[in-house]
Design a protein around this ligand. Structure first.
Ligand SMILES: Nc1ncnc2c1ncn2[C@@H]1O[C@H](COP(=O)(O)OP(=O)(O)OP(=O)(O)O)[C@@H](O)[C@H]1O
Length: 246
């Protein structure tokens, strides 16, 4: 098992407590693609941020690749990030504005003391279908779709076991959304990378994943094979979500 999450709970305190995650438990195999769906505010991004240890959870446990990472220090987090990478909604904002994409991307492997051969580098650039000349541009000098390809390249350079994608297509136009999702699916399959794919796009969730998790008010209300959830949802909330009444 690559990832085991037990009873993960997170409450934000702002005027009043907001329970963003309410005792979430699930498991993820190596190489598995799991979609996370649920309406706005259901806790999807909070789950991603807790898993990547950007924020602390209040209760529960996270085991990644056999290691309990629930309370590891910032220093140990660095080791985890060499195996777990996150790709965000707004690729341009995820890059340093005054560094070329090449510099920002190469900083990843350098930071983790990972040697990437010229051949491996060229293969990855080819896989994300990014024009090499774009790498010498600054983030604001390329399109959102091209920048998302660069963000994927940055994540892949580390050779991660898990990719956490939080709404990676929602800032892109429809045709680019499909291309980026296609890329993520094929790269995860060919490199055997597990992917937690958070999305509002139900069609994309169904197409990309083998398992789907449905979040509602911070609770994991349904979790199972994607086709089973989409064709025979058990919970009323899921039925309403899938019929786009929410
Ligand atoms: N830093 C924060 N401080 C206080 N409340 C927060 C914070 N971040 C999120 N929340 C609240 O926690 C709940 C879950 O938010 P979260 O962003 O995880 O949901 P989401 O499903 O990712 O939503 P969206 O699809 O709109 O991105 C929401 O009620 C949100 O308002």
């Amino acid at each position: 098992m690559l990832l085991t999450v037990k009873n993960l709970t997170k409450t934000y305190y702002q005027y009043k407590p907001i329970q963003a995650l309410d005792h979430i438990s699930f498991q993820m195999d190596a190489g598995e693609i799991i979609a996370v769906i649920g309406e706005s505010g259901s806790g999807k991004s909070t789950l991603a941020q807790c898993l990547c240890r950007f924020i602390n959870s209040d209760e529960g446990e996270i085991f990644f690749d056999g290691q309990d990472i629930t309370h590891i220090s910032e220093q140990h987090c660095k080791k985890i990030y060499s195996q777990m990478q996150m790709v965000f909604q707004n690729p341009i904002e995820s890059f340093h504005p005054r560094k070329t994409l090449r510099k920002s991307i190469i900083a990843g492997p350098q930071n983790f003391h990972i040697h990437i051969s010229q051949a491996a580098w060229h293969q990855l650039v080819e896989e994300v279908q990014l024009n090499t000349s774009f790498l010498d541009r600054y983030p604001h000098q390329i399109s959102g779709g091209e920048c998302q390809r660069a963000a994927l390249l940055r994540a892949l350079c580390i050779n991660p076991k898990l990719l956490v994608c939080d709404e990676v297509t929602s800032a892109l136009d429809v045709s680019t959304q499909g291309k980026i999702a296609d890329l993520i699916k094929s790269i995860c399959c060919s490199h055997h990378i597990a992917c937690l794919f958070i999305t509002h796009d139900l069609c994309l969730a169904r197409w990309i994943s083998t398992k789907t998790m449905v979040l509602h008010n911070g609770r994991l209300i349904e979790n199972g094979p994607t086709e089973k959830i989409f064709t025979n949802p058990q919970e009323n909330y899921t039925k309403e979500l899938l019929s786009s009444r929410i």
